[in-house]
Design a protein around this ligand. Structure first.
Ligand code: MSP
Length: 640
């Protein structure tokens, strides 16, 4: 019989940033399901990788004086090392700069074109480089800022190939409606359905404004839009279209796991691309929530983007994996707090699980010289335990398949609780005092050891190192994959007469005060370092040429309630400058004012109006107040 297959993927991560806890979250979740399915006998393909093209990467590289490929090579190592550290069991790591992937991207583009779905047009829009997104004028904030990251956008007009995405609107809707599992969780599904019902537009799928990407076949001035390139990774990694063996085996994929921010790309762009090239759609896309840190958005500038390397070194890999999956329902947003992490480690891992293992093995050492006793004297409580083990397997099976990781862990911890109560109720330490009860003592300890065996199996997908560690101490089946999962799910399958391994504490208890103080020290140190990085030297400062300018004309800019167009006399020349001060000043109030002007700023267009320089103003909440200069100072005088 052919082995059942299972294909799970993470998003491919951008290489303009080093990995943080948010990236680790998606990857740990995908790893958990991959491990579980392997255990359950599936032939699994688990894919992760990096997204290395696009203007964002090109810019990040030039900021660091590197070529885009050099930057990618550096950051990829960080990702790969982190996945190794976190015990991620991916079967392949894809990089979009690899040749096989680029060939597939071109093949997909060509196929879309052959099917009549690509045409040449002209794109005009407000482009946000950090977000790699074009916005329409009505979507912009404050005149020209990106509604997603609030940074200024640039108006771009360029020849562009378009994908007839609109053509697939009805087919896509029909698919989503017929396949309730296609988009999960259900709240996200509804969001996407309403988005599609508003009407799908054609998608601009090539750029001529930069070079770092896969060239459009036959028109190499254009590079293929980075999302078309990136999404194709899910099939290029399987050898589509030339080497079809892996593709035939694993496609359609079972789960694309993604963050909620990139759901639309995966449930609108990706499926319509697949419809265009005649490839089946993936079975399910699951959007998980976002992590904040101590209540705040994670960001480089706040210095709170938690480094997963540091976390894993400080707390251990499994506690981090456990915390991420246990603390928050997959699909909802969550908050990372050190207090909550320490609490989970002390209470769930060290206390409930660690102590159970430790005290049970201690008793087997004491009363049975470390050898697993026979099960000879049954009692009804043992049946209850056996039923609980069976039910826990059934529950977790369903819960993991739904990616309800926190529920699965909570089911497992109900079994941990049951086992702890079983020990407390059967009181082996009293049984040990009565020679007549030796048979029952052995049976009780056998049952708990067998429960621990079952636990080690259940925990394997989530916290593999702990699982291996438990199994070593129980001296049970060495290679977890060589076992028959169905057999192992049954209670009382542990072999008697075997000597236990060396007893080791699973997790040390953490001193909350001490750890929180360490964390604070580290954060303070990082802030200091960041501050030091932010200081500029005199040479940098003196690159800025500030001059006194006198405003001699001012007018409003159409459609903008924030911007004014100023004409400024800089002594030796006149300049046109656009300034965001319309909420503070009427144009007529400005005439004659002497202000500080940054004279060597690169010219820019704001709301379509040329601006050559910037006037300095102090920012209030919503208003900006000009730095005014004494009227005796001549226009053009330097400000130092
Ligand atoms: N390169 C694209 C994905 C292309 S997939 C064909 C991308 N990369 S990313 O590096 O910016 O983000 C990758 C994933 O990390 C996203 O799913 C995103 O949601 C996730 N996270 C980034 N920050 C996160 C949190 N703060 N919390 C949880 N996950 C977050 O998007």
């Amino acid at each position: 019989m052919n082995q059942k297959t299972f294909y799970v993927s993470t998003p491919i991560y951008y290489v303009n940033d080093v990995p943080h806890i948010g990236h680790a979250y998606t990857t740990v979740a995908a790893d958990t399901i991959a491990r579980y399915k392997r255990l359950a006998g599936y032939d699994v393909f688990f894919l992760t990788g990096t997204d290395e093209h696009g203007q964002k990467i090109e810019h990040a590289a030039s900021d660091k004086n590197l070529s885009p490929k050099e930057l990618a090579d550096n950051v990829v190592t960080r990702f790969k090392n982190l996945w190794e550290k976190l015990n991620i069991s991916n079967d392949h790591f894809i990089r979009t700069t690899e040749e096989y992937h680029q060939k597939t991207v071109q093949a997909v583009f060509t196929k879309m074109k052959e099917n009549g779905d690509i045409y040449l047009g002209e794109y005009e829009g407000w482009y946000c480089t950090p977000c790699e997104t074009y916005w329409t004028e009505t979507q912009l904030l404050d005149g020209n800022c990106c509604p997603s990251c609030r940074r200024p956008t640039t108006k771009l007009k360029e020849p562009s190939y378009f994908f007839r995405m609109s053509k697939y609107q009805d087919k896509l809707l029909e698919h989503i409606e017929r396949n309730p599992d296609f988009i999960k969780p259900v709240s996200r599904r509804n969001e996407i359905i309403s988005f599609i019902k508003e009407g799908l537009k054609d998608l601009s799928v090539s750029r001529v404004s930069f070079k770092w990407g896969v060239p459009v076949p036959g028109d190499e001035k254009h590079v293929i839009y980075v999302w078309i390139d990136a999404l194709t990774n899910y099939i290029s990694a399987l050898g589509y279209p030339d080497r079809s063996e892996m593709f035939d085996k694993y496609w359609p994929g079972d789960y694309h796991i993604v963050g909620k921010d990139i759901l639309r790309f995966h449930t609108v762009y990706w499926p319509t691309m697949l419809l265009s090239i005649g490839v089946d759609l993936p079975k399910s896309v699951f959007a998980h929530g976002w992590w904040t840190v101590e209540g705040q958005k994670m960001s480089k500038s706040l210095g709170n983007a938690i480094d997963p390397y540091w976390l894993a070194d400080k707390f251990g890999v499994d506690p981090i994996r456990y915390f991420l999956l246990r603390e928050v329902p997959f699909g909802l947003d969550g908050d990372f707090s050190f207090k909550a992490l320490i609490h989970r480690i002390n209470s769930d891992l060290a206390n409930d699980l660690g102590n159970l293992l430790n005290r049970t093995l201690g008793m087997v050492n004491r009363y049975f010289d470390g050898v697993i006793p026979e099960y000879t004297d049954p009692e009804s409580l043992d049946e209850e335990l056996a039923d609980t083990i069976k039910e826990t397997f059934e529950k977790m099976d369903a819960q993991i398949s739904e990616l309800a990781f926190n529920k699965a862990l909570s089911s497992i911890w109900e079994l941990v609780g049951f086992l702890n109560r079983y020990v407390d109720t059967t009181t082996p330490w009293f049984l040990a005092k009565d020679e007549d009860k030796r048979g029952r003592l052995g049976s009780v300890l056998y049952c708990v050891l067998d429960g621990l065996r079952a636990l080690s199996l259940m925990l394997y997908p989530f916290i593999p190192e702990t699982s291996v560690n438990m199994r070593k101490q129980l001296n049970t089946e060495k290679d977890i994959y060589k076992t028959n999962f169905e057999e192992l799910k049954k209670a009382r399958t542990l072999e008697s007469g075997i000597r236990l391994g060396e007893i080791k504490q699973l997790y040390p208890r953490l001193d909350e005060k001490e750890i929180l103080a360490d964390v604070k020290n580290l954060q303070d140190k990082e802030k200091e370092e960041q501050k030091a990085e932010e200081l500029i030297d005199f040479e940098t400062f003196s690159k800025m040429k500030i001059k006194v300018g006198q405003i001699y004309a001012a007018e409003k800019i159409k459609k903008s309630d924030k911007l004014l167009k100023l004409q400024v006399d800089l002594g030796s020349e006149n300049r046109q400058i656009v300034a965001g001060i319309a909420k503070t000043y009427a144009p007529e109030d400005l005439i004659g004012k002497k202000v500080a002007v940054v004279a060597n700023l690169k010219p820019a267009k704001l709301m379509g109006v040329d601006s050559e320089g910037m006037v300095l103003a102090a920012s209030g909440d919503d208003r900006h107040f000009l730095i005014e200069i004494d009227e005796d100072v001549k226009a053009g005088s330097p400000v130092k």
